[in-house]
Design a protein around this ligand. Structure first.
Ligand code: B12
Ligand code: SF4
Length: 497
């Protein structure tokens, strides 16, 4: 009998239990894990994948019950953790072992194991492939899990964290086999085309790929950035093109969203990608048959001929976090030498190269005032008048764990991204914000020891204590911008990309 393994991505918790607002891409992490164990163990395992991103918790729970798995792996982000817990409970009741992975699991592994008896193991690493294969290997052979790297597990009364090395993408980066989600591929494509189809000359079928990670701003990350690890970690350039080739031939995919945190982080990798482009794919890129989409920093795009390099790689859409047009807010967001002028310059260069731009802005950064928000909105108005944007996303600020904002809100005593509490005090004093010791204690009491966090509550508390505007004001101004953007026939949205 093979070991039955179900990998599930937890949905967002929304009122109707359906998280598919903008499910344009599958969760490729869980597909990669399923592919890796199938490749490693063949018919010793029977793997299945379900993405709550295009269904809902109840659907995922039904599949867990029907499949009767021996092991359920659940992917949990901070906003989806509540649903991950429900899926874990169902899996445990159905007699499965449960392992949790992805960002939220990696941020609070000990706390989660201490609070949640349904969860047996946590993979605390944002590169889950090697540990997951090791875990399944240990379960198949009945050997102890003490040697499974990056695993956090119980040993009697104790919670033990096995050593967690940094795995290199160049050493192992299995191409996720989309056959695991063959029946659902069309649903993502339809969702994408509904929102963005008009940006492309032909009918596009999108997918995310990931052959490189990291950001040049990683040493001083943006205030809201919650990404687990921003160290630059690049795969073999040939691996990127192999994924493009296979996905295009086998699944007709023609739009590849490389979710590298910042495409301009490693100039050497970009050059190597250009050099490694297979001639038959180069021809198809030049004919507009294959398109690439990336995230990039505005400042990075203005340097080293990067826009031209993007164009040569088939990039037709770029996502940029412009964040604000007000200098004080850009500084508060730790945008690291990015100014309203560099933002405008980057978009002009992209426009000239015929590359469309998805721009995102944030209302309610630390120290935000009605006037700074007005300046940002004026900047958006100017942008809309001077350059072409394909979509503009204006979101409220949400302080997530593993970000500088989390240090400011919760981990004040032991910050991870500020040198000390004193540095946080100086940062806040510059923004005219003071927090009393009593309030500090209250904030820690409220969020400091929790594994389950309410995103709306976090956003509201942040607005109240760390900005000079109310949350209602931020939401009202976001609605104003949506009107403004729509009047320019540009798509709006919240986290659309
Ligand atoms: C592509 C992407 C999306 C896509 C695809 C969805 C998805 N969940 O992957 C879309 C646009 C749909 C999306 C939506 C959302 N996203 Co998103 N997304 C990303 C992005 C840019 C890349 C993720 C990726 O594909 N990486 C490449 C793959 C190969 O790696 P991976 O997914 O991390 O998986 C690896 C490991 O994490 C681990 N692993 C993952 N799952 C599991 C499970 C088990 C059992 C194990 C053992 C290991 C394991 O192993 C995998 C292989 O190495 C990241 C940013 C980033 N750099 O991480 C944000 C990010 C993950 N998203 C984020 C958020 C908040 C969301 C939303 C909640 C936004 C919202 N408000 O609705 C939704 C959630 C939707 C959902 N139900 O999944 C945050 C999470 C922060 C946090 N504190 O949790 C991130 C980090 C961005 C940020 N704001 O900082 N997202
Ligand atoms: S530019 Fe993006 S990836 Fe880099 S630190 Fe800022 S939010 Fe994170």
């Amino acid at each position: 009998m093979p070991l039955k393994v179900l990998l599930a991505n937890a949905p967002n918790p929304t009122a109707n239990g359906n998280a598919s607002n903008y499910a344009c891409y599958p969760h490729i992490g869980v597909i990669q894990l399923a592919t890796a164990i199938r490749d490693a163990f063949g018919d010793q395992v029977e793997a299945r994948v379900v993405d709550g991103g295009i269904s809902n918790t109840v659907e995922v729970q039904k599949i867990v019950q029907e499949f009767g798995p021996d092991l359920v792996g659940v992917s949990a982000l901070t906003p989806t953790y509540s649903e991950a817990l429900k899926i874990a409970d169902t899996a445990k009741q159905a007699g499965a072992m449960v392992v949790l992975g992805d960002d939220h699991a990696g941020f609070f592994p000990e706390r989660i194991l201490a609070n949640r008896p349904s969860i047996d193991y946590i993979v605390a690493n944002d590169m889950g492939e090697t540990p997951f294969v090791e875990l399944v290997g240990a379960l198949l052979s009945g050997t102890p899990v003490t040697d499974v790297s990056s695993l956090v597990h119980r040993q009697g009364e104790m919670i033990v964290s096995n050593p967690a090395p940094r795995y290199a993408l160049a050493a192992r980066n299995t191409i996720p086999d989309l056959a695991f989600i063959r029946d659902e591929l069309d649903a993502y494509a339809r969702n994408y085309r509904e929102q963005f189809g008009h940006l492309h000359d032909r009918t596009v079928i999108p997918i995310t790929v990931n052959n490189a990670r990291g950001c040049e701003n990683g040493y001083k990350r943006c205030t809201y950035c919650s990404i687990a690890d921003l160290t630059v970690n690049t795969g073999e350039p040939s691996g990127f093109w192999k994924a493009v080739d296979i996905y295009n031939r086998e699944f007709g995919i023609n739009l590849f969203f490389e979710v590298y945190d910042s495409f301009t982080a490693s100039p050497r990798y970009v050059d190597a990608l250009i050099d490694a482009t297979p001639p038959h794919l180069r021809r198809r890129i030049d004919n507009g048959e294959l398109e690439v989409m990336v995230y990039a920093r505005a400042l990075g795009l203005t340097k080293r001929n990067n826009v031209d390099k993007c164009r040569r790689l088939g990039v037709t859409r770029v996502n940029i976090g412009l964040d604000a047009a007000d200098p004080e807010m850009l500084e508060a967001q730790r945008k690291n030498k990015t100014t309203a002028a560099t933002n405008l310059e980057a978009i002009r260069l992209l426009n000239k190269a015929g590359i469309s731009v998805h721009a995102s802005y944030i209302a309610g950064a630390a120290g935000e005032r009605p006037q700074t928000l007005d300046r940002t909105i004026e900047g958006i108005r100017q942008m809309l008048g001077e350059v072409e944007l394909s979509s503009v996303e204006f979101s409220r600020f949400i302080p997530l764990p593993n970000s500088p904002a989390w240090d400011i809100l919760v981990d004040y005593e032991k910050p991870s991204f500020f040198k000390s509490s004193a540095e946080i005090d100086t940062y806040l004093a510059d923004l005219d914000i003071t927090v009393t010791p009593e309030k500090r204690a209250e904030l820690y009491e409220r969020f400091g020891e929790q594994d389950l966090l309410d995103i709306d509550e976090l956003a509201a508390v942040w607005a109240e204590h760390f900005t000079h505007i109310t949350e209602d004001h931020a939401l009202q101004r976001i609605a104003d911008v949506d009107q403004l953007v729509m009047a320019h026939n540009v798509r709006t949205g919240n986290n659309v990309g």
